[in-house]
Write a protein that binds this ligand. Structure first.
Ligand SMILES: *Cc1c(COP(=O)(O)O)cnc(C)c1O
Length: 461
């Protein structure tokens, strides 16, 4: 009854059907596309990941913790690599990077994108081959560019005229000829389920296509001859479900490529269409498989090459979220349950916006389930919030949890592998949670929990 009223109050919340159809079984059920592949609910009622019970993981590693299903991550790497075949798959390291993940990416045959000196340092420290690294960023410093040149990164995606000048100077001084791509702003912006193909040139990334800057940048690099221009790059956004944005982007970039050929007689060999492939955060999301994406994107590129009368360049893509996002869930412990009468029930967990800023930052939607037991209670519409001094500190805006959810319950929030730990903060001096990889019945800490001593170590005043 309560759930029904709240559902009506908040309109179409869209979680696994209308509130009045929901049963205790619905609330205990795990919808497969939301969870890492080895996750299941045991007979006894608690979740298991990689063959290990979450209660044992909570005991050993504490909460909150990011639990990474290593087999799931590896299988997604393999699926992308296999599906894209002779196209190169660059894992977008900004989604989540640590040495263990770098090694997994390498073992599974992917390339790696970094976008700062820090990410480059992690990749190199883990022994990732520099020639398989791509370097992004709209404001790479002289020091970052020098380190990239010194390490011999495989390609640098140039993003401004200032950067071309900077990199050209450094290359001359060090007698190097780095491979570069020109990042093109194609006027397509895709976020979530929609894309808009006009007037999204107003952003900090890339060279504008419509304004002629992208053409000018490519021609400048070709004419100067210091940098080795390999191709063009476009990244249109993130959490994209519909490939029509890629179609428009590919058409526009390939038209530019034809224009460059006509002006300078050079047919560029490489084309990078970026990342941004969507994943399921709630049951409303229905993401494509890597195989489907690869088929559609290859077809789009072939079609557009035919139209522009170009031979097909070597393609690359840069998924981050689609590889690591679904492989992780965050395990929290419930601390307080507050029924704000007639409005909603607030379930507070022992983390929040410091370990997942996406809800506050992007109004992102997530799902949650009680992880430590199966509940016989009726569903109740709840909001999962954190422990921070900020009313926007929301983890899951709306979710049906069993009405008997109580302090001490373990709560799991899936889909937190990308842009959660990597964007984590120390707000309120809350130490950042560990990342624990689980596989074949064993767990290992790959990023340890931050301590108050870690926080104080920086405080040298
Ligand atoms: C962020 C980003 C990506 C990865 O985006 P996902 O949504 O994680 O797939 C790829 N390429 C570029 C240039 C990016 O900025």
């Amino acid at each position: 009854m309560r759930a029904h009223e709240a559902g009506a109050l908040h309109g179409d919340l869209g979680y696994r059907g209308p509130a009045w159809l929901r049963t205790p079984e619905d609330v205990n059920a795990l919808v497969p596309q939301l969870w890492p592949r080895t996750v299941s609910r045991t007979e006894a009622g608690s979740l298991e990941i990689g063959g290990v019970n979450v209660a044992d993981l909570a005991q050993e590693h504490g909460t909150p913790a990011y639990l990474l299903d290593e087999d799931d991550l590896r299988s997604r790497c393999r699926e992308f690599a296999a599906a894209f075949g002779d196209a190169d798959v660059y894992y977008a390291g900004k989604s989540f990077l640590c040495k263990a993940v770098v090694r997994i990416i390498q073992e599974e045959g992917l390339f790696l994108d970094v976008c700062s000196g820090g990410e480059l340092a992690v990749a190199l420290k883990a022994g990732f081959p520099a020639e398989k690294i791509g370097f992004h960023g709209n404001n790479k410093s002289v020091s970052e560019l020098s380190r990239a040149l010194e390490a011999g990164v495989g390609r640098i995606v140039v993003d401004s005229f200032d950067e071309i000048t900077r990199l050209t100077d450094l290359s001359k001084k060090s007698n190097k000829r780095p491979k570069v791509l020109v990042r093109v702003t194609v006027g397509v912006e895709a976020h979530t389920h929609e894309f808009i193909a006009t007037a999204h040139e107003d952003q900090k990334f890339g060279f504008s296509l419509a304004g002629g800057a992208a053409f000018a940048a490519a021609v400048k690099i070709l004419d100067e001859g210091v940098l080795d221009l390999r191709g063009l790059h476009s990244h249109i956004g993130s959490q994209i479900f519909d490939t029509s944005g890629f179609e428009v982007a590919a058409r526009r970039v390939l038209e530019l490529q034809a224009q460059i050929r006509d002006a300078r007689g050079v047919e560029l060999d490489e084309l990078d269409l970026g990342g941004g492939f969507g994943i399921a955060y709630t049951t409303q999301d229905d993401p494509s498989t890597a195989g489907d994406l690869a088929k559609r994107i290859n077809k789009i590129v072939e079609g557009e090459c035919d139209l522009a009368n170009l031979r097909k360049p070597r393609l690359s893509v840069e998924p981050g979220r689609a590889i690591v996002g679904p492989a992780v869930f965050t395990l929290y412990e419930v601390g307080t349950v507050k029924d704000v009468d007639g409005i909603r029930t607030y379930v507070s967990v022992d983390g929040g916006m410091s370990d997942n800023i996406r809800t506050a930052l992007y109004d992102a939607s997530y799902s949650a389930t009680v992880a430590g037991r199966r509940s016989p209670a009726e569903p109740m519409l709840a909001r999962v919030v954190g422990k921070h001094c900020e009313s926007g500190d929301i983890v899951v805006k709306d979710e049906f949890l069993p009405a008997d959810v109580r302090p001490g319950d373990l709560l799991a929030v899936p889909g937190t592998g990308a842009y959660c730990r990597s964007m984590a903060s120390n707000y309120n001096h809350v130490p950042r949670p560990p990342v624990v990889a689980v596989r074949d019945g064993a767990s290992r800490v790959i990023v340890r929990r931050e301590t108050e001593d870690d926080l104080l170590a920086l405080d040298v005043g």
